[in-house]
Design a protein around this ligand. Sequence first.
Ligand code: ADP
Length: 309
Amino acid sequence: MILSAHNLVKYYGNFHALDNVNVSLEQGEVVGFLGPNGAGKSTTMKIITGYVAPTSGQVTVNGFDLLTQSLDCRKQIGYLPQQAPLYEDMTVASYLDHVARLKGVAKSQRRREVVEAIESANLQEVEKRHIRKLSGGNQRRVGLAQALINKPPILILDEPTAGLDPAQVANLRELIIKLKEQHTILLSTHVLAEVEACCSRVILINRGRCILDESIEDLQTRCKQVTHIHIRLIDNDYSAFTEALSTIDWAQVIEEKDGLVIEAPEDKRNELIELAQKNGGLRECIEERRSLEDVFRDLIVEDQNKKSS
Ligand code: ADP
């Protein structure tokens, strides 16, 4: 394991922001770090990168302990915070040179590091321009480029595409896909397309607690396992059909609106259609596949309900 954050607890005053959060990254993984606003993603990332101290918990990065070997840990990580500290009056190249200096890159290596970061982040065309004059998308790339200086094996990216337009989002996503060849990445985002395109695993947190840690493959299987099937009958009387459904344990009516919406395993569609034919005649059968978003939303609602009960 290249990074392990174990049982992180964080109090801001009396406020319990993190309640035993666990995040681990295997070498070469890209892990999506998701959760509603205020769930504790940024706090976790700030702790892992050494910017905020946890109240308790342990972080090890590439074999180094964050508490006792903080500088060694920081060298392993490139961090793109939500508000990257860009010096807007500097040009892209001079800013990156400044970052290289701060990161302790030897003078003889500095130019090469800057050129490579510029190339990796596709900033060649704007390297001599002032950061202030760049588009939001390019400014985000500069933020990414500063994280790449000194080639840290791990990247922690806090909502890298927030505030960008769809074309810039797609562009930056391509870049992240390219970066995953060289880096282990923890990526917080609200864009699920980004998660499906880039990540091999997802950690979902809510109210400062991890409520899911699962591979994308397993999540996609989970999406397929249950579908919502909307059935409308030719006959307006649904009583016989409802009666027949009540004898089947895998089918659950979840809504009665312009027909019936039934939650059922995907492979049972044909049986439902047959049942409808016999009990009122089938007018229409529409399958609503569950998306990753539905799965996450259900988990969050379930967790909220636990709190209120
Ligand atoms: P996320 O990144 O998931 O949106 P954050 O980690 O930023 O969540 O915040 C988690 C919770 O901690 C929120 O309720 C937020 O208001 C609170 N919080 C974050 N930073 C501070 C701080 N410096 N002082 C007090 N509360 C904070």
